[in-house]
Design a protein around this ligand. Structure first.
Ligand code: F6R
Length: 369
């Protein structure tokens, strides 16, 4: 049943190219337009939306953070991400012009359901992005966009995360097309890039041995830090969460720019730090800034594990270890950069002899508030 793997988590990591491919499948109509037939909310309503709030918990909330960067960039709609259990307690400003996007693998997370009910009471429309057919969340939402990751057995989410991100990209592109923020050709161009992602994810998985060896060699680390910027920031948060969950290791993710505002004081000799490096071909000077962050932490004794695009030579002199990922458009990079972090935490947990599929104290779906 584990398909020859030691754990469901490993099996599910390997299923990610298919999970993303299946989530993207069949989205172009005969005219080459992106279609989301399931999105049963009137186009006129979707055109009138002036705010999007993404609600979710845990890993799904990190997918929401990635979604936010993409949706704001493509649709120019102000987008917030809120942990579902915090949402209603701040008396959020929600009305008929608010679109709430609820992300959930299980569709049964009580915190997320309560946030959705609260939003609906205020008149908001709710789209759910969910992996479980017929679960409560898609039934209660105004529209359901399914991820097609297949059942996720391991408690720690992997393939559901990547497919949530893929589905959120589709939603963003659809809204951009509908609202006229993007031309059909532009949407199609990004869709083509998206369609190449499963193959690129596979290429990252094919390089897993290097990451596994690294995980095994770092099993006695006391803490691991993760740094990223832009969409690399939620990837850093997700990398840290995976390590806490299954390897019971202290881990924190930071926005790389925040380092000098405090966290850099943590860095001492031998501290392992993962750094997710944006594409050198991306916008602005982000790449150069992240490279200088690597330099700064290394100068203070950190052991740097750098996740960088193939061909990015600028990182080489500052990295103790380099994990290569294929080049991709900046916004799509989380689909690649997350994968080594999943493999790493799985390897650390294995090396420590833990049950990676059933980590202590955790349940696969949290059906109480
Ligand atoms: C982390 C993990 C949890 C879930 C969270 C939300 O690996 O699995 O953080 O992501 O409990 O669960 P769903 O997506 O079912 O709402």
């Amino acid at each position: 049943e584990k398909g020859g793997f030691d754990s469901f988590m490993e099996k599910e990591i390997h299923e990610q190219p298919a999970a993303v491919r299946d989530t993207l499948l069949g989205r172009l109509d005969e005219k080459g337009n992106l279609t989301l037939d399931e999105l049963k909310i009137d186009d006129s309503v979707l055109r009138s939306i002036n705010k999007i709030i993404v609600v979710a918990c845990g890993t799904a909330a990190y997918a929401g953070h990635v979604a936010r960067y993409a949706i704001e960039h493509w649709c120019r709609i102000p987008t917030e991400v809120e942990l579902a259990h915090e949402f209603r307690y701040r008396d959020p400003i929600v009305d008929e012009k608010t679109l709430v996007v609820a992300l959930s693998q299980s569709g049964e997370t009580m915190d997320t359901l309560m946030a959705v009910r609260h939003a609906q009471e205020q008149g908001a429309k709710v789209v759910s992005i969910c992996n479980t057919n017929g679960s409560t969340l898609p039934r209660e939402a105004d529209a359901a966009l399914y991820t097609h990751a297949g059942p996720e057995i391991a408690v720690a989410s992997t393939k559901a995360f990547l497919s949530q991100i893929a589905a959120a990209y589709l939603l963003g592109l659809y809204l951009a097309q509908l609202r006229g923020n993007m031309y059909k050709d532009e949407v199609r161009g990004i869709l083509q890039e998206l369609q190449q992602m499963p193959e690129k994810i596979q290429a990252v998985i094919d390089g897993e041995q290097q990451v596994k060896d690294l995980g095994t060699s770092m099993k006695d680390a006391k803490s691991v830090l993760f740094l990223g910027r832009h969409v690399g920031f939620p990837v850093a948060l997700e990398g840290a969460l995976k390590l806490k969950e299954i390897a019971y290791l202290h881990a924190e993710g930071f926005a790389a720019g925040e380092l000098k505002h405090g966290p850099i004081a943590l860095v001492e000799e031998g501290q392992p730090i993962f750094v997710i490096v944006p594409s050198p071909n991306g916008r602005d000077s982000l790449h150069a800034k992240v490279v200088s962050t690597i330099q700064e932490v290394r100068a203070r004794g950190a052991v740097t594990i750098v996740i960088a695009e193939e061909g990015d030579t600028a990182v080489e002199e500052h990295a103790d270890h380099i994990i290569r990922i294929p080049a991709s458009p900046s916004l799509l990079q989380p689909l690649l950069a997350t994968v080594p972090l999943q493999i790493f935490s799985c390897a650390v947990a294995h090396a420590k002899g833990y049950d990676v599929d059933q980590p202590r104290n955790l349940a696969k779906s949290v059906t109480v508030e």
